[in-house]
Ligand binder design. Structure first.
Ligand SMILES: [Zn+2]
Length: 455
């Protein structure tokens, strides 16, 4: 019995264990089943409101992306933005839970806000117009700038006005095309300008010139009374000017010659009036850079920026003879009277030939035109009282019609020495000097040998 009892005990143990095993299997099967049917879903919240349940946040994100695209296509002229409040998700895992990926779309449609915007261009605070975006605005401004600032020599180009690109909310119809805005800039507006009254100006002339009424001038210049204006007065006027001003600075380089100097050295061994070039002079070369400022293409000022010596000039060295030989001319002539006024020149005259130059002066002294030796001093037919000086260098000079002769034949005279007094002796119609220059026997035009300024 003892044996049987123990067997019974074992049997119960086996039954219990089997039952537990089956139960465990059942539970795992159930757990496995439930696990198979667990669903993760996402509650979609906008701010404090739950708007739906979806299987994945991607459903919402994708719908928003498509919406952005659709709005953009419907409003190609402006910038578009689809806004939605604080969008967030709460994740939930539940047995056989449901969601509705379609319902969320119409729910979101109620929550979004569509914003259309553009860029307003403001010039010194005044709106010019609206364009789609900043790049359109910058393109428009560049286009206007390029009209005045093209070429490699442009150093800088900037607007003198303050330009603002301000984002503004607007609709498609409020956008302007670039061409339209460029025309508006060019058409311009009346701008005050300062005007300095010129000699000969009158109020109505100025009004006409600037296409304003005189009334406008009075309004712009309250201190102006009556019609009296003086040259140099400053008036405020108004002139139609483009809305934008482009200030450009251009660089240009100019190459110029630098003239050489000549250094003269007195040479006592060399005859007076002669020169000897020791070193030939040579012009140098310099390069100057100028900066030219223009406003909308109109010249304003030019400044030399820097100067570079490309090649320095070479100074000429010339020996100047100082050796005086009495009675021998220097080779250059001085005027034979002070402050001479020409009355008749060398050349054809009244069907004959006038072989000299006639001159008058308030100063009556006659001076030797160069150093030389008197070879004639006396009366000569037609010439009256007459002196001829041989300069002993191939030249001789003749002085006619004098009232008085102050030197005698064979006398040596210095250049500028007083040799006689102006008169009207011989064939003369009035008091004057008849002056001749001869090369050998040939009478030349004296003005070829005298400096232009008659002194
Ligand atoms: Zn004469």
């Amino acid at each position: 019995m003892e044996h049987l009892t123990s067997w019974k005990k074992d049997k119960w143990l086996i039954v219990g264990a089997s039952f537990m095993t089956v139960l465990a299997l059942l539970f795992s099967a159930l757990y496995y089943y439930m696990l198979q049917h667990m669903v993760t879903r996402y509650h979609v919240w906008v701010g404090t409101e739950r708007v739906g349940v979806v299987s994945s946040p991607g459903i919402v994100e994708e719908w928003l992306r498509l919406k952005q695209e659709q709005v953009k296509q419907q409003n190609p002229e402006v910038q578009t933005n689809v806004l939605i409040g604080d969008l967030h998700y709460i994740t939930e895992q539940a047995y056989k839970a449901t969601y509705d990926n379609e319902a969320i779309k119409s729910a979101l449609e109620q929550k979004i806000r569509i914003v259309l915007s553009g860029i307003q261009i403001r010039i010194d605070g005044k709106p010019l117009g609206q364009v789609k975006d900043e790049s359109s605005a910058l393109q428009l401004l560049e286009q206007y700038k390029r009209k005045f600032a093209s070429g490699e020599d442009v150093v800088s180009a900037e607007f003198t006005q303050n330009i603002e690109l301000a984002p503004v909310a607007l609709n498609a119809g409020q956008i302007s095309g670039n061409e339209e805005l460029l025309d508006k800039i060019e058409a311009g507006a009346a701008q005050p300008i300062r005007y300095q009254v010129q000699k000969g100006d009158c109020l109505s002339c100025i009004a006409h010139k600037f296409h304003v009424t005189q009334q406008t001038i009075y309004e712009l210049n309250p201190s102006l009374k009556g019609t009296l204006i003086r040259a140099g007065d400053e008036l405020i006027l108004s002139e139609i000017q483009p809305l934008l001003t482009v200030k450009t600075v251009q660089k240009r380089t100019e190459t110029k010659e630098i003239p050489f100097d000549t250094q003269y050295v007195d040479e006592p061994e060399l005859k007076e009036g002669t020169k000897q070039v020791m070193t030939l002079g040579e012009n140098g070369l310099k390069q100057t850079t100028y900066l030219t400022t223009r406003m909308n293409g109109k010249w304003v000022e030019e400044q030399a920026e820097n100067e570079t010596i490309v090649r320095p000039a070479v100074q000429a060295l010339v020996k100047r003879g100082t050796k005086v030989i009495p009675g021998v001319g220097t080779g250059s002539f001085a005027w034979p009277v002070y402050q001479a006024k020409l009355t008749s020149e060398y050349g054809k005259r009244w069907g004959t030939f006038h072989p000299g130059t006639d001159m008058v002066s308030e100063q009556s002294a006659i001076l030797a035109a160069d150093r030389g030796k008197v070879i004639f001093a006396g009366w000569k037919s037609g010439y009256g009282n007459c002196i001829i000086i041989d300069h002993q260098n191939g030249y001789s000079t003749l002085y006619g019609h004098m009232s008085q002769i102050l030197v005698s034949d064979k006398e040596a005279v210095e250049k500028g020495e007083k040799i006689g007094i102006m008169g009207r002796t011989g064939n003369a119609t009035g008091v004057h000097l008849h002056f001749e220059v001869r090369v050998g026997e040939r009478q030349e035009n004296p003005l070829r040998f005298l400096r232009p300024s008659a002194e």
